[in-house]
Design a protein around this ligand. Structure first.
Ligand SMILES: Cc1ncc(COP(=O)(O)O)c(C=O)c1O
Length: 448
């Protein structure tokens, strides 16, 4: 029996599924109908029942080039024949040095250095550590506070949940939170901005809350502000027009580092290598993961400016400068996949393709306005979300029903709370985006 098939007698008990309703999934075969994936190609998965699913979230925002892109598969296979794992501490490979150079070349001006890790969560922890250590090296060790934002998602490390602003991800772990973290208000306000196309025109004033936090804590205690340029995991919350520019100004005024968490937005989703370029705002540190190698092998990283890097390069040259790194930093397979990803992004002109698909997605999703139970529709380049009115006393249930109805109709959406999120593959056709939208419409009707 192939490993992609499910033995009907197999127990599902041992596997503890991440960020999942384990009991619901395991208790009833009907609940997992079309939810066991067997294979994938391009923009589609196939389930163990043999049904095809359009992947409306590019994996988990990571497979923009589609699944099993032949050039990526080939690159990893070739790498396996030459070098599997290469120790990363005090050693290197030509390929990892070259990859850092290629990523820095695509980054906003001034970003000249790349530190590799294996996930978005690790990238966030790395960036927070860099910020603290940078201030310390410059004689400002008193800058220890971080400012995140409500509804922000920065992964699941203790650093990430501390600066993150998703209640469910925080409350279980309150005892382990970083000290001295504060949060900007989120910018999600249905009354003021529902059904905005692209950047909402309301909400710029909320960024001034940073001045209030500076007045409360004093700038000299604040190391960095971290935000996602577009808040993906909270359900595609798009920054109000001018918000990120103003955030940059306030941070600069007070000597506070600005970190853009670009784990979702980097390498394609925004029609540019980085959201920083889309918004014309340059932070001091950029985290990335997911799209850097199309989700093929876990990889994340942090882009740092020359100034940041140079600040660490003090003391005797034979000593370690930054006591941080992971066994799998710059894993040879991940690096091979990333080189191939950068090649495909360029050769297949993916960035202009995303720019043009973004308009199609906007038209598609906003055509749902007026359907029953939809309270908001949002879009940002090749990302979009439809927010549903919760069922009385049962938040999240309506979106679950829509998700299940869509699976029956051949589309895999992501739902979070009562929000349906979409991040289609960059290789999708306009027709596929239209079909995805039709399935969402039918599924909302069917779910009631
Ligand atoms: C903005 C952002 N930061 C960090 C993460 C965490 O990434 P990972 O799941 O790879 O740890 C995510 C994941 O979706 C994310 O969207």
């Amino acid at each position: 029996m192939a490993v992609s098939e499910l033995d009907p007698n197999q127990s599902l008990d041992a596997y503890w599924m991440p960020f999942s309703h384990n009991r619901y999934f395991k208790q009833d075969a009907a609940h997992r109908s079309n939810r066991m994936l067997a294979k994938a190609e391009g923009s589609y998965y196939w389930t163990t029942e043999g049904n095809r699913l359009y992947d409306a979230l590019s994996g988990l925002w990571c497979c923009g080039l589609g699944h099993r892109h032949p050039r990526l598969v080939e690159a990893v296979k070739r790498q396996l024949d030459v070098l599997d794992y290469a120790t990363a501490f005090q050693m290197g490979t030509p390929a990892v040095f070259h990859l850092a150079e290629r990523i820095a070349e695509q980054a906003p001006a001034g970003f000249e250095h790349v530190f590799f890790c294996n996930s978005g969560s690790e990238a966030v922890d790395t960036a927070l550590k860099m910020a603290l250590a940078y201030h310390r090296a410059r004689g400002e060790a008193h800058r220890t506070r971080f400012i995140g934002r409500e509804k922000g998602y920065h992964g699941v490390g203790f650093g990430g949940i501390s600066v993150g602003g998703m209640v469910a991800n925080r409350k279980m772990f309150a005892a382990g939170m970083l000290q001295g973290v504060d949060h900007l208000p989120h910018t999600h306000n249905l009354k003021e901005m529902a059904f905005s196309r692209g950047e909402p025109q309301w909400g710029l004033h909320l960024v001034e809350e940073l001045e209030r936090l500076v007045a409360l804590h004093d700038a000299s205690t604040i190391a960095a502000v971290i935000v996602e340029p577009m808040q993906g995991s909270a359900g595609v919350i798009v920054p109000p027009a001018g918000y990120l520019k103003r955030l940059r100004e306030i941070c600069s005024k007070h000597g506070i580092l600005l970190i853009f968490d670009e784990v979702i937005t980097a390498f394609g989703r925004m029609g540019k290598p980085f959201a920083a370029q889309h918004y014309g705002v340059s932070p001091d540190l950029i985290t990335f993961a997911k799209g850097v190698n199309n989700g093929l092998v876990p990889m994340g990283g942090v882009l740092a400016t020359r100034n940041m890097y140079d600040t660490f390069m003090a003391g005797p040259a034979h000593l370690v400068e930054f006591f941080h790194g992971y066994t799998y930093s710059g894993h040879a397979l991940a690096v091979a996949a990333a080189h191939a990803t950068l090649d495909v992004l360029a050769d297949e002109q993916i960035y202009p393709r995303v720019e043009s698909l973004a308009g199609v997605l906007e038209e598609c999703v906003h055509s749902l306005k007026g359907e029953a139970n939809i309270v908001d529709i949002r879009n940002c380049q090749l990302a979009a979300a439809v927010e549903l009115a919760p069922l009385d006393g049962k938040p999240g249930l309506r979106a679950l029903r829509v998700f299940e109805e869509a699976l029956k109709r051949g589309v895999l959406f992501r739902f979070t709370g009562d929000i349906i999120a979409m991040g289609p593959t960059f290789i999708s056709s306009p027709d596929e985006l239209a079909q995805m939208t039709d399935v969402l419409r039918q599924s909302i009707h069917a779910a009631g």
